[in-house]
Design a protein around this ligand. Structure first.
Ligand code: LLP
Length: 421
């Protein structure tokens, strides 16, 4: 459930009509609902009730500092994957003890930055990374708390580009090597082993792959404890999918996920961390865009929008499906016809949907891409020198621009023309 609903025929974000924001700041823009973010965070928090737990929002899905502050104030931790994300999390006031640092290619600088500023743990992904982290921590006179990300060789049955838990994927260490690497970690002075980490992929629509992976983690926990390691924390990653409102697909609810975690891991007495991104932010955001032209092709109709693949990359990148709805609610029974929904960028990949059944729309009309809160703004670029899309946060009847649209000057002044040119 989200808070983008029609009222008297106009699409609202909570108590703010989206067309009023469009009139104020122009299009395209992202708009997020604080109530939806709050609700989705709460669902996970409740689902793990009874277990010592921390919900670490995967901020790669939506990293605006205002959103992080909102979630941080609710008690959320964050999962960061770069020095930049770490800096954003701290700027949002998230305390170090609620920050986990993931990622397959952490640099020495990033390790030092997080050790200096404080963090909950690093999720280490390889032996060479473990050795570098040990060296960095020792050079600072610190011990780095770590989990080792294991690759359970489970197929998450999701899109090829976002599956991460099969042995051919670049992530984690093979389960079969885990005990050896833990033995190695235990004798490194700069390293303190605190637990195990796993993340098998994103947009999972079934609990079965999670359950298969977590069963393997439960067994590994017991083996490692028998080897003498103090495994007290399990980071279970993110990945629970959301409905993108197509074919009525209905991914499991956070409560089902939580019950499965209780069932598979509850007996171990570990602290549980999860790293959901998409389920918290995905349906908490829309991308609002204006129809520039309706162009009749030879045998297709093109709806040309002012948002492009640089603003919302998922359809071009993954063939992802986003529901597109007009800001003015069509009357019941309005006939629909298939149109291609495209952006203005100069390549055919800039296509959001082909042959999508849409109600009649004309130049100047506004539409919203739903489920665009996760991996929307964060993956946008200035391709074609189109300035980054602004972001707006709504709470009740308050709305605020939380990232302004850069001017052309802002964009251009980042380039430097050398004096010798
Ligand atoms: N933890 C780790 C270590 C991850 O790599 C990810 C996502 C998450 C948590 C959060 O997963 P979520 O709960 O959001 O599914 N750009 C793609 C998604 C990439 C996901 C990468 N890792 C998309 O637009 O679908």
């Amino acid at each position: 459930m989200d808070h983008f609903l029609y009222r008297d025929g106009r699409l609202f974000a909570e108590d703010v009509a989206l067309d009023t924001i469009a009139a104020e700041i122009g299009t395209p823009f992202y708009c997020y609902s604080a109530a939806t973010l709050t609700r989705h965070f709460g669902l996970f928090d409740e689902a793990l009730e009874g277990l010592d737990h921390l919900v670490c929002f995967a901020m790669k899905s939506l990293s605006n500092v205002a959103v992080l502050k909102l979630l941080g104030d609710l008690g959320a931790g964050v999962d960061v994957v770069s020095g930049g994300e770490y800096a954003r999390a701290r700027a949002a006031g998230i305390p170090g003890e609620r920050i986990v640092f993931s990622g397959v290619g952490k640099t020495r600088d990033e390790m030092a930055q997080a050790l200096e500023g404080g963090l909950r743990q690093f999720n280490v992904e390889s032996e060479p990374e473990l050795l570098v982290l040990d060296a960095v921590a020792r050079s600072m006179g610190r011990r780095a708390p770590i989990t080792l990300r294991v690759n359970p060789d489970v197929d998450a049955q999701t899109h090829e580009k976002i599956a991460t838990g099969r042995k051919e994927d670049k992530f984690g260490v093979p389960l079969a090597r885990a005990r050896d690497i833990y033995a190695q970690a235990a004798i490194l002075e700069g390293i303190e082993v605190v637990g195990i980490d796993v993340h098998i992929g994103s947009q999972l629509t079934s609990l079965a792959p999670f359950e298969a992976a977590y069963g393997k983690i439960a067994r590994l926990t017991e083996e490692l404890r028998a080897d003498g390691h103090d495994i007290r924390r399990l980071d279970l990653g993110g990945g629970l999918g959301i409905p993108y409102i197509r074919d009525n697909e209905m991914p499991p609810l956070p409560s089902d996920y939580g019950a499965m975690v209780h069932r598979t891991l509850g007996h171990l007495g570990c602290e549980i961390e999860i790293e959901p991104g998409r389920l918290i932010s995905g349906n908490a955001g829309v991308l609002v865009s204006r129809v520039l032209y309706v162009k009749e092709g030879e045998d297709r109709t093109f709806l040309i929008l002012d948002a492009g693949m640089n603003d919302l990359a998922r359809p071009a990148m993954y063939g992802a499906w986003h529901d597109v709805v007009p800001l003015v609610e069509p009357a019941a029974g309005t006939p629909r016809r298939p149109v291609d929904i495209v952006g203005p960028v100069c390549e055919s990949g800039d296509t959001f949907a082909r042959a999508r059944d849409m109600p009649p729309l004309a130049a100047g009309d506004l539409v919203a891409f739903r489920s665009a809160g996760a991996y929307g703004a964060v993956m946008s670029s200035e391709y074609n020198s189109r300035p980054l899309v602004p972001e707006v946060l709504v709470r009740g009847d308050h709305s605020a621009v939380i990232r302004a649209r850069p001017t052309f000057d802002d964009m251009i002044k980042r380039d430097i023309v050398p004096s010798w040119l």
